[in-house]
Design a protein around this ligand. Structure first.
Ligand SMILES: Cc1cc2nc3c(=O)[nH]c(=O)nc-3n(C[C@H](O)[C@H](O)[C@H](O)COP(=O)(O)O)c2cc1C
Length: 186
């Protein structure tokens, strides 16, 4: 099972990117999480799109297309999702010139998030669900992974808090079970 990990933060010491690294460690057997960096993705511009997707956009769409599901680590900026993440969703929601359907269509997405605050990105995660559904993706219905007060739990880039690691592991197991059940029913 190949999962594409996407962090909504470009920050070197990002708590959310660290959460993706922790996910790689606690993922259930058989789940491989490959992290795709968003640093090269240009700002969405419909004029640019009309000339054909730039190479980083093509690479991003291919990575999504090749994945069985997405794992998005969603930071919270001003109660919503980051511009970086919205920009990525906007590109991925578009068919472009080279495809018949958008790569997000029907794609299953698991969402997690970390923040130094006390709400652990709950508002941003809800906002992301709305955006993803509008873009044609599907989101995990089960509970959230909200790593609040992340600065006390993620130390030097490692998720050190055992309860958070266990919650993340359970969440990923639920995601794996759902994807497996869907694969069997096809
Ligand atoms: C512009 C801006 C707005 C922010 N707004 C929120 C917010 O609404 N809620 C929150 O919990 N944290 C907020 N924060 C703090 C972020 O959660 C914090 O910077 C976090 O480390 C970002 O995620 P990262 O570590 O993955 O980069 C904000 C930070 C920035 C830069």
């Amino acid at each position: 099972m190949n999962i594409l990990g996407i962090s909504g933060s470009l920050r070197q010491a990002s708590f959310n990117t660290a959460l993706l690294h922790a996910a790689q460690e606690v993922a259930p057997a058989g789940m491989n999480i490959l992290i795709h960096r968003l640093h090269e993705l240009p700002l969405f511009d419909q004029d640019v799109e009309e000339q054909g997707d730039p190479a980083p956009v093509t690479a991003f769409k291919e990575a999504i297309d090749n994945a069985d599901g997405l794992l998005i680590a969603c930071p919270e900026y001003n109660g919503g999702i980051t511009g970086v993440l919205k920009n990525a969703v906007d590109w991925a929601s578009r068919i472009g010139k080279a495809r018949q359907t958008a790569v997000l269509t029907g794609k299953m997405v698991c969402i997690v998030g970390a923040s130094p605050g006390i709400t652990g990105t709950v508002r941003a995660q809800d906002a992301l669900r709305l955006v993803l559904r509008r873009a044609g993706a599907r989101t995990e219905p089960q509970g959230d992974v909200l790593v609040f007060q992340a600065h006390t739990k993620i130390i030097e880039g490692r998720l050190a808090d055992e309860r958070s690691r266990e919650a993340l592991g359970r969440h990923l197991q639920g995601f794996a079970d759902r994807l497996s059940a869907e694969a069997k029913s096809y």
